[in-house]
Design a protein. Structure first.
Length: 106
């Protein structure tokens, strides 16, 4: 799996309000599920306001230490600040929403 960027904002005029980075290791079932689940959650809750960057640590292993990635897949919310990390395949939507601070009272 190569590094890719998904951006519903095709105009390039307004930067995405939500910048998300998903760390994976190749195209394992867990990595693929995490990306699928993340895209679904983003489309339902952040339509047009997000950017996903996928980092394959098999291709760029030096980033694991620099970004303090200890398990994969790991989702990192870079913006809005503060930075937050969620580990796993992101199949528990409620947990992901709380982790991303998309639920009131989370």
């Amino acid at each position: 799996m190569s590094e890719t960027t998904d951006s519903p904002e095709t105009t390039g005029v307004t930067p995405a309000a939500w910048q998300l980075r998903l760390y994976v290791a190749g195209t394992t079932p867990k990595s693929t599920a995490a990306l699928t689940n993340l895209r679904k959650i983003c489309e339902e809750h952040l339509a047009g306001q997000y950017e996903i960057e996928v980092i394959d640590l098999l291709e760029r292993p030096q980033l694991a230490q620099g970004e303090q990635i200890v398990a994969i897949p790991t989702l990192e919310r870079r913006l809005p600040e503060p930075v937050r990390k969620i580990i796993g395949d992101l199949s528990n939507t409620e947990r992901v929403l709380i982790g991303l601070d998309l639920r009131p009272g989370s």
